[in-house]
Design a protein around this ligand. Structure first.
Ligand SMILES: [Fe+2]
Length: 451
């Protein structure tokens, strides 16, 4: 792949960015021939006069299965990619513990989509925090954000020391120009940007809206499949990591940093996206949600939604995720004598949901694409009255759920609402009414009252 001197859309489109398949592989990639050292990491003089630099995603001594680092060969070392920092404000981006908003009342909540911004707003300026959970200082928990953007990051770059970012575009594609390569991510795809990775975002369709999960804890990995075996759910080959790409741009740029919940900015005279070659297993990746192979009930009952986990971020306590990223994709419903939608429940985990497109089977109305819902620790939820009626009387022939893609950020920690989320115009004040018409069916007879 040839290097780009420009990041204009025309140059980018002509470049046809390529990806390497696999999850957590030890990748190697170079955008100039011979730029990558072989058989060693740190030659006395790397080719092309590049600087060798390690980016660590785990402590040096982490066990082999979770030990992550990459070696970057770049035009300038990262110490040249910042000068003195100054304070920077992104007031809508909150971090846990967001104690100032803790008095907000408890409720099941649902929102219509965020309005698109009126003024010029790039991806990081457009992040609006809906909930926070855990503690950014303790590297545990997460934040659920929505974003709206209508402007490219041109000379601004960003890295997040507080956690990795899982991005879920819902409208409009995103082009992530990262120091380790370029990823184009359309609605229906997701991507993960590791903690510390420098990137900027261009909008492939002029504007974009979607969701971001900021993971303060151990990074996302693939869930174990247990008795399911070696195949289905998300398959490793469907995760795509970009090949090396760099720009040689000697004009003023800024890097904005998120660090322990605060923001800082530094100005430099060149682009920090200058990694000509890299190797290692700490890298960004994207994933097409349509490649998820769902497994479910083939005779009766409804499995727990954990069966739809794409990625899980462990908490250290086995089976208790810091975050599960779960999707609800198109699938066949075939269970006999079964109430097929998700059952009513109360959950020790806290659930933030979004809808990428179509309808969600437990809430055919009210939960719209681009919308969000929050069902917090131990707060009851389940199908609305209409959904319950329909599913309780349905002819249980095989039915294909089509045109649907919902997702959930589920965490072991309670999700504290932000004041922004609580006061959004798109908050549905009447959400709780969706259960009002659930009737008492108990009348003392085994048949119940289904009149
Ligand atoms: Fe739930």
């Amino acid at each position: 792949m040839s290097p780009l001197k420009s990041t204009s859309p025309r140059a980018v489109a002509a470049n046809n960015f390529a990806y390497m398949p696999g999850f957590g592989n030890d990748f190697e990639t170079e955008s100039l021939p011979g730029a990558l050292p072989h058989g060693m990491n740190s030659p006395q003089r790397p080719a092309y006069g590049l600087y060798a630099e390690q980016l660590s995603g785990s402590p040096f001594t982490a066990p082999r299965g979770t030990n992550e680092r990459s070696w970057l060969y770049r035009i300038r070392p990262s110490v040249k990619h910042h000068q003195r920092f100054q304070s920077f404000k992104l007031p809508a981006w909150k971090s846990a513990p967001n104690a100032a908003d803790q008095e907000l009342s408890l409720a099941q909540m649902r929102w219509n989509p965020l309005p698109m911004p009126i003024g010029e707003t790039n991806f990081i300026e457009g992040i609006r925090t809906m909930t926070t959970a855990g503690d950014v200082f303790g590297q545990a928990g997460m934040a659920a954000h929505a974003y709206v953007a209508n402007a490219d990051m041109v000379d601004d770059h960003f890295f997040n020391a507080d956690g990795e970012l899982l991005v879920v575009p819902q409208v409009g594609g995103l082009r992530f120009m990262t120091e380790m390569g370029v990823m184009e991510v359309q609605p229906g795809e997701i991507c993960v940007l590791p903690r510390g990775l420098v990137f900027k975002v261009e909008l492939m369709d002029g504007s974009s809206r979607g969701y971001v999960c900021e993971n303060y804890g151990a990074k996302f990995t693939m869930p174990d499949r247990g008795p399911i075996g070696a195949n289905c759910l998300a398959n490793p080959r469907d995760f795509k990591t970009p090949v090396a790409w760099f720009e040689e741009k000697e004009t003023p740029c800024r890097i904005i940093v998120k660090w322990c919940g605060s923001f800082h900015v530094t100005e430099i005279g060149h682009s920090p996206l200058d990694v000509v070659a890299w190797h290692g297993n700490y890298a960004p990746y994207k994933y097409d949600l349509s490649t998820f192979s769902p497994v479910g009930a083939i005779l009766f009952d409804h499995p727990d939604p954990s069966i739809f986990t794409v990625l899980t971020a462990p908490s250290g306590e086995e089976g208790t995720a810091n975050i599960d990223f779960v999707i609800f994709p198109p699938r066949w419903l075939v269970a006999e004598n079964t109430f097929r939608p998700p059952w009513y429940h109360r959950n020790i985990m806290s659930e933030f949901m979004g809808l990428i497109h179509g309808q969600y089977d437990a809430k055919e109305e009210g939960f719209v694409p681009g919308g969000m819902s929050l069902h917090n620790m131990m707060l009851a939820h389940g199908p609305d009255a209409t959904g319950f009626e329909k599913a309780s009387r349905a002819d249980l022939k095989p039915v294909k759920l089509e045109n649907t893609m919902a997702f959930m950020f589920e965490t072991r920690f309670p999700q504290l609402l932000t004041r922004y989320a609580a006061s959004l115009d798109t908050l549905q004040d009447n959400y709780i009414d969706c259960w009002t018409d659930l009737k008492k069916r108990f009348n003392g007879t085994p048949e119940g009252d289904w009149s």
